[in-house]
Structure formats: C-alpha cells, structure tokens
Design a protein around this ligand. Sequence first.
Ligand code: GUN
Length: 294
Amino acid sequence: MEILDGKKISNDIKSEIKAEVDKMKERGEKVPHLAAVIVGSDGASLTYVGSKVRSCERVGFESTLVQMPSTTSEQELLKKIEELNQDDNIDGFIVQLPLPDQIDTQKVIMAVHPDKDVDGFHPMNFGKMALDMSTFIPATPFGILELLERYKVDTKGKHTVVIGRSHIVGRPMSILMGRKGWPGNSTVTLTHSQTKNITQITSQADIIISALGVPNFLKAEMVKDDAVVIDVGITRVPDESRPRGYYLTGDVDFENVSKKASYITPVPGGVGPMTIAMLLKNTLLARERHRSRS
Ligand code: GUN
C-alpha cells in the first residue's frame, strides 16, 4: 500500500507556482490576485477560506478576504460579486459554499464572471469542462486528477466508482474520469443516496472516490484487494479531549481499508491540501488569461 501524500504534492505544486510568480516579479509584471468571499461564520468554512488566503501569501499572490455577516441578503452579495467582477485588480475570486438559506446559490454561481470563476462552478465553465474545452476545473476534482497523475496511477479501462453526486466533487469527478486522456478513460459508475446495493458496486471498483461526508462509510468489506481509494470526506467529529474540541475524519475506515488498498489518501493530508493548491493553479491561469486579454 502506498499513501497518496496530498500534503507533499501540494507543497511541490506551491513551490512550482511560487517559482512562476518570482519570474513574473522579475519581469515587473503584476502578480495574481485572488479574492475569497465568505458569508457567515461557519467554523469549517472560515478555516478553509483562511488557509486559501494564507496559501496565496506563501506563493507570492495578492489576496483579499471579504467577510460578510450571516444576515447578508442575496442582493448585497450579488452587489459585492459585481464589484469583484468589475475590479481589474482582481484576477479571480471564489464565494465559499455553503451559503446561508436566504441566498440562492445558483444565482450566486451564475453571477460570477466566467473569466474570474476560479472555482469552475459557472455553467459556462462546467459545460466547457464536460466538452473537454480548456477552462477552470473545480479545484477538488482537479486535485484528485493531479494526485493520480503524479503517482502515475493507471486509470485507463479501470472501473471507477464515485460515491456522491455533489456539484463540487462527485458530478465533475464522474465526468473527468470518463473523458479521453489520462487520468481518465475509466468506466465510471456514479453512486448516490438512491443507489441500491452499493457494496456490490464498490466491491467491483478498481478506483473508489468517496465524496459523501459520512465518517467511516467505506468499510474494508466494500473494497476489493488492490483498489485505489480516494477519500474526499472531511467531517469534524466533536471530541473534548482534543485541543480544538474536534478531530477530522474521512469517509473511509482507513485502518482497515488501507490494508487492502494499493493506493489510499489519508485524512487529513490527502485531498484537502490538493484542493487549495489547484485553486492557486487556477488563479495563476486566470492571471495569465487576464494579461493576454488586456
Ligand atoms: N465549499 C467546499 N468546497 C468548496 C470549494 O471548492 N469552493 C467553494 N467556493 N466552496 C466550497
């Protein structure tokens, strides 16, 4: 069994991005600028956005954090998005999800200008992704592809089972793993809450990508020998004995599944850090495209 070390690979990617930014600075060019909008004070979302912004500093990007209260109206958020769309100093931005109930997430996703949509959530970018056109690929699926590539995991003709059909991970992942090329060329099964007899399906999988958010969902008896197991779940489990009052756990019963798997991602230190690295990569791409337009 080999660990797919997202922490290490994400650090490699950040170093590569920093080298690019250093070259931009030497040439006297503007460096990439990412803005992140967060509405409300959900602890996990604040942590994610905080590390996105800190990572920008590490690679030499400019960053702007926009914090809005949980009572923010849809109109106020759409106004802020329009400001960011118009701000020529900002190359790309994200609106952290989930949003409070009074805000229609679809309207928000549609409001972000596709050229600045470094999350790749806008229908124009999602459609381009599905059609194999050059675009921003959502950071978590993009990070999983990058991990598979850097560890030279063979995906051609393999049966990939994706668990969960979220717009952020499961749905795009199922499209990307089935597309021509590598990583890709898999035969993909997308499973979800209405899937019957999921164990029968997962136990035939060569590659399992679990993005469910249910701790210890994937047990050893659901996995065949030598499967590749990617764990996207990150759930905070309350635990007063920990300094933070919780610990993080994935969808996979790591202790037992890792004994059968050929490759497996840990939680934390697997997919999570890759998501941030690929957001930075998309922001670099946004800067390059912005520059060539102006
Ligand atoms: N919430 C969970 N993952 C993501 C992500 O990749 N982007 C945004 N904007 N929100 C998220």
